[in-house]
Design a protein around this ligand. Structure first.
Ligand code: PLP
Length: 387
């Protein structure tokens, strides 16, 4: 019996080593990791640049405090702001905390406009985290069940439905819209190409802040460093985590313009946020994105996956559709034909790591995946859905 609380129900496997797209368990068996620790280890397990940064930094200094200046943190903030066209960054330890910072910024923004009861529009099926504020923002009742009273400022509207947002233009309490560029936890829901542009237009027109939760869809996952670059827009607030540290816990809330001026001394903080160790890893991540062809690989492998899928999987009667952007991959299945609840375990038996969300096989493989590894993935998927 484990002494761990029962909020997780882990599969019966323990990994002891990782390299690239592969994990090794305690018995020495190897597994193809098509999930990257849920979109975290985007550059592959134990990437040498990040490992080196962590070793070097751990021999110098792990932690001081945000009471003092932190060189790595300032450097990382500068690089992130340049890349994302933003002005300022707050560093957290997770995606939920990056979103918490965003929500606090919106509260202060509302105060500055004398709005007592601010409203943030968020999306049905969206996922923003497990803290009280972020689970209130989350549009999934299974995440919220049992935790009422929730924060009341979130109004959930249908995702990829611009009219649903537009309908709130006459509500003077609305101060912000918070959405994922692509919904991840919902099962890879890709909105229409111009959805984010239209959301931004509405935000501009009404003086609302646009918060993009890029925790899962940014850091190269869709073939651009930031998912909204496909739309050539810049939000007011951008939240990052997961792939930012490639396995070390770091999140970031980036803001521009008026949103970047809301936090003043004493209004927010985190003991560990942006410490010398985690920021050394994130600097390594940016280094790899800027100095290797990883983004090109995402686009090539995405195309390759799609063509192999079309040739070998699409016609299976259990398959309804493929939803893919870069290496954010969802395969929608017909639950009348296949029992989706057994697929994760069945894949594990075949040494493949995937996630299943409802009736969707969700995959977020490392962005460095090769053609040969996609071939292995496709053959394992064919086996998996053969009924
Ligand atoms: C879009 C999005 N936002 C926020 C979170 C929460 O991040 P964390 O688990 O690091 O708190 C997640 C996690 O899956 C996510 O996918």
């Amino acid at each position: 019996m484990s002494n761990l609380m029962s909020n997780y129900s882990p599969l019966e496997v323990t990994f002891v080593k990782g390299e690239g797209c592969w994990l090794t368990d305690t018995k020495g068996d190897q597994y193809l990791d098509a999930l990257s620790g849920i979109g975290v280890v985007n550059l592959g397990h134990c990437h040498p640049v990040i490992t080196k940064n962590l070793i070097d930094q751990s021999q110098q200094l792990l932690h001081t405090s945000n009471v003092y200046r932190i060189g790595n943190q300032e450097k990382l903030a500068k690089e992130l702001c340049t890349l994302a066209k933003m002005d300022k960054v707050f560093f957290s330890n997770s995606g939920a905390e990056a979103n918490e910072a965003a929500i606090k910024i919106v509260r202060l923004f509302a105060r500055s406009k004398d709005i007592e009861k601010p409203v943030i529009l968020t999306a049905n099926q969206g996922f923003h985290g497990r803290t009280m504020a972020t689970l209130s923002a989350t549009g999934q009742s299974k995440v919220q069940a049992g935790f009422a009273p929730l924060m009341s400022e979130f109004i959930h509207v249908n995702y990829d439905d611009i009219e649903a947002i537009s309908d709130y233009q006459s509500n003077a309490n609305v101060v912000a819209v918070m959405v994922e560029p692509i919904q991840g936890e919902a099962g890879i829901i890709i909105p229409k190409n111009d959805y984010l542009n239209k959301v931004q237009e509405l935000c501009n027109k009404n003086g609302w802040l646009l918060i993009l939760d890029g925790v899962q869809s940014c850091m190269g996952r869709t073939g651009k460093l930031f998912a909204h670059e496909h739309n050539q827009i810049t939000p007011d607030i951008l939240c990052l985590a997961k792939g930012l540290g490639n396995g070390v816990p770091i999140g970031a809330c980036l803001a521009k313009g008026v949103a970047s001026k809301m936090l003043t001394p004493g209004t927010h903080g985190s003991t560990f946020g942006g410490n010398p160790l985690v920021t050394s890893a994130a600097l390594g991540v940016l280094d790899v994105f800027q100095n290797t062809n990883v983004l090109e690989n995402v686009n090539k492998m995405s195309e390759y996956f799609r063509s192999e899928f079309d040739n070998k999987i699409k016609n299976n009667i259990a398959v309804k559709e493929l939803r893919i952007k870069g290496l954010m991959i969802g395969i929608g299945l017909d639950s009348n034909i296949i029992d989706c609840s057994q697929l994760v375990k069945k894949a594990l038996k075949d040494n493949l790591l995937i996630n299943v969300t409802g009736t969707t096989i969700r995959m977020l493989p490392p962005l460095i995946i090769t053609k040969e590894e996609i071939d292995i993935l496709i053959s394992k998927l064919i086996k998996l859905i053969s009924t």
